[in-house]
Design a protein around this ligand. Structure first.
Ligand code: MN
Ligand code: MN
Length: 462
């Protein structure tokens, strides 16, 4: 045997999906990216993602389920959890106790700049909003870019006012200022973490005063007047509102070859969208499947809409009850792909990743046996057996995939919802998409990696 033959036989190398993809499939992957870009533009908050995903599900025959309702074999259901978390499920004809449920989980919240509960003030000729950032943001990245305002205001009579300002070209946008370089001597000598502070992320909302008569806070008053005329809200209504500033950018192709997509919120819509479309597209009627779109991942998955909450297992228990399966047995046989993004190797920042165990753009969907930080702290760590199961599944389906951990040892790290599913006695592994500039207002993914993730989920549900 020549050395070359022996190499081919024994060595493992990360390969670009471009090496093996057919022209036909390449075309399909670019077409798939177009529908994903639409999803990105319509789903900048978890509430919008829930609304849009429900519309997609309803169009495909999914019915709304409420706890305690009827579940039948062959049924397709969705559970809308407070408008912020969505759980889609299909009840299969096969034995739930034998195979368990096939579970996909992704999250639909993204880092952003939330308004404080009492946000509106006036200072030096500007009307401003105080903010409290949500999730892990590099604060300086959120200055001097166009922002849109999204969210809901629930008034004292419980009516819900939906707000979305700044997405259409003819609508105004919002803005957080940064310092001009000419006067930034002190700021530039600070660290990136200190250059822009949390309390410094104040949003410019306007500058025109109420001019009927002279009064204190006339700019503020004029803004309240506009809000009242347009939305029927008063200042106290802010106290029960969820309003957030997100980048006003649209998803766009990046590069002369259009092979990449730039957008706000790839993390984690780039997994959420493949997850629900794979569920919609599967022809399998044997398996019982769940697709969970979770909220609050970016802040620790706590609360009634986060993956630490009981809802997913409550629904699994309801399905077990309906088909007469033992819930505890079903959990022990269930399998979960916890879908979240990973850090793509970035040639501008090669030092933080270790090449042999990093994920690369266009090398396909990423598996991570474990996440966490330091000595593998805070991870569920998938077993060798389950990792091999997924590895074989992807190989047999012709999916381009790679194995990676997030960053060098002791460089930092990150967690996902995987452990919250695994803690319920369900085998779980992290899968996802390599992202460049994760958590920035504009993130980058590759179209092939997106498509390979969809293909991986299809294989899991096939
Ligand atoms: Mn994520
Ligand atoms: Mn994230």
């Amino acid at each position: 045997m020549t050395a070359k033959e022996l190499k081919n036989e024994l060595e493992y190398k990360n390969k670009s999906a471009y090496d093996s993809i057919t022209e036909d499939e390449l075309e399909r992957s670019f077409a798939y990216a177009e529908s994903y870009k639409l999803y990105l533009d319509c789903c900048k908050t978890e509430r919008e993602a829930v609304t849009y995903s429900i519309a997609m599900a309803k169009a495909r025959g999914y019915e709304e389920y409420t706890l305690g309702g009827e579940i039948v074999v062959g049924g397709k259901y969705y559970y809308n959890n407070r408008g912020k978390q969505l759980i889609l499920f299909r009840v299969g004809e096969g034995s739930l106790e034998k195979d368990g449920a096939y579970v996909l989980v992704a999250h639909i919240d993204s880092p952003r700049i939330d308004l404080k509960q009492n946000p509106l003030y006036e200072d030096s000729g500007f009307g401003m909003f105080k903010t409290h950032y949500y999730g892990g943001v590099k604060k300086y990245q959120w200055t001097a870019i166009p922002l849109a305002l999204h969210g809901v205001v629930v008034k004292s009579d419980n009516t819900v006012v939906d707000i979305c300002i700044g997405e259409d070209e003819d609508e105004p946008i919002f803005y957080i200022s940064d310092l001009l370089p000419h006067l930034a001597k002190n700021q530039m000598s600070k660290t990136l973490a200190e250059g822009i502070t949390g309390e410094g992320l104040n949003i410019i909302v306007g500058s025109e005063p109420y001019r009927e008569e002279e009064t204190d806070g006339a700019i503020r008053l004029n803004l309240l007047r506009i809000l009242n005329e347009k939305y029927g809200i008063k200042e106290e209504d802010f106290l029960s509102a969820e309003l957030t500033a997100v980048p006003a950018f649209k998803a766009r192709d990046i590069g002369l070859d259009r092979s990449l997509i730039g957008s706000y919120g790839h993390d984690d819509r780039v997994c959420a969208y493949p997850e629900i479309t794979a569920l919609f597209d599967t022809k399998n009627t044997e398996k019982t499947m769940f697709a969970v779109l979770a909220d609050k991942e970016e802040t620790g998955s706590d609360g009634v809409t986060g993956m630490q909450g009981e809802l997913f297992t409550d629904l699994l228990a309801e399905v077990c009850e309906a088909v007469g399966a033992n819930y505890r047995v079903v959990k022990s046989k269930s399998k979960c792909l916890s879908a979240d993004v990973n850090a793509a190797f970035d040639p501008n920042f090669p030092d933080v990743l270790e090449r042999k165990n990093a994920c690369f753009i266009n090398c396909g969907v990423v598996l991570s046996k474990f996440t966490g930080s330091r000595g593998k702290g805070g991870t569920s760590d998938a077993s060798s057996e389950f990792t091999a199961y997924v590895r074989n599944l992807l190989n047999e389906a012709g999916v381009s995939w790679q194995m990676a951990e997030l960053g060098k040892v002791d460089q930092g790290g990150g967690g996902t919802v995987a452990k919250y599913v695994a803690n319920r006695n369900i085998d779980t592994i992290d899968v996802g998409v390599p992202v460049v500039s994760m958590h920035a207002p504009y993130e980058v993914v590759s179209k092939l990696d997106l498509y390979m993730t969809y293909k991986a989920f299809c294989a899991f549900l096939a």
